[in-house]
Design a protein around this ligand. Structure first.
Ligand SMILES: [Fe+2]
Length: 253
């Protein structure tokens, strides 16, 4: 797409967004006081630093759904606000700390024809036993609970991590994002999950997540990111939980 085409597309999309909002205001005869209340809520979201949170909560999965219209491989899922590009390379284990339970993540990455793909760089990141992500404070460096692994000649990797804790998709229930979730009849806790981002030249980048069968918030994810094909029954081998994954990458567009 040329620079001009990008500009025209942006103009069309932004114009349509504004018109869609205007249509809602007209449809409901929104008053000036209601408009101001919404206006102040948006200011509150910005002041609380929750703009990334609220956007990812309500809109990211929609973008993933759009991606899947043209993909045949594994399902794209919400990246969320906690990805960091410069996680350390790891081989056997991702560094964890605190009161965690081990989780062995095993994966084979293939193409649409079923052929293994070697040298796929896979970012893996997940919450600690408090539901927090590393890299967002000085006392919790980013070399914990996140790392990059590489698939071998069989398209496989195996890396030890830990069972992530569920966490709220809002800083607190009474915060501006929490209030919107509550207004819409939802609850703020995300189910336990592990994030993945698969990158390999010649293939479409895949950002996705894995969820666990039987998890208590599985049916009420505020982000709407839970799908059956992303939900896995954990196995147990030698007392350790194992997450086995088969991932299929689409060719680059
Ligand atoms: Fe997450």
């Amino acid at each position: 797409m040329s620079g001009l085409e990008k500009q025209q597309r942006a103009q069309t999309i932004v114009g349509d967004i504004i018109n869609a909002i205007r249509d809602v205001l007209r449809k409901h005869d929104v008053t000036f006081n209601e408009y101001r209340a919404g206006f102040m809520h948006l200011i509150g979201l910005a002041k609380a630093g929750e703009v990334p949170l609220v956007l990812d909560c309500f809109l990211n999965q929609t973008i993933c759904d759009i991606e899947m219209k043209t993909r045949q491989g594994s399902r794209s899922n919400v990246e969320g606000p906690y990805f960091l590009d410069d996680a350390p390379m790891v081989t056997d284990a991702i560094k964890v700390r605190g009161d965690t339970l081990p989780l062995l993540i095993r994966c084979q990455v293939k193409d649409l024809q079923g052929q293994p793909i070697p040298d796929v760089i896979t970012d893996i990141w997940f919450a600690d036993s408090n539901g927090d992500y590393s890299g967002y404070s000085e006392d919790f460096p980013k070399d914990y609970f996140r790392g990059k692994v590489t698939t071998d000649s069989d398209g496989k990797y195996a890396v030890m991590g830990s069972i992530p804790k569920e966490y709220p998709m809002a800083q607190d229930e009474d915060g501006p994002t929490g209030k919107i979730i509550e207004l819409l009849g939802g609850q703020i806790m995300r189910p336990q999950h592990v994030h993945f981002k698969y990158l390999k030249e010649g293939y479409a980048p895949l950002t996705t997540q894995s969820y666990f069968e039987g998890e208590k918030y599985l049916n009420e994810d505020p982000v709407g990111g839970v799908f059956e094909d992303l939900t896995h029954q954990l196995k147990e081998e030698n007392g350790v939980a194992v997450l086995d994954l088969d991932v299929v990458l689409d060719p680059a567009e």
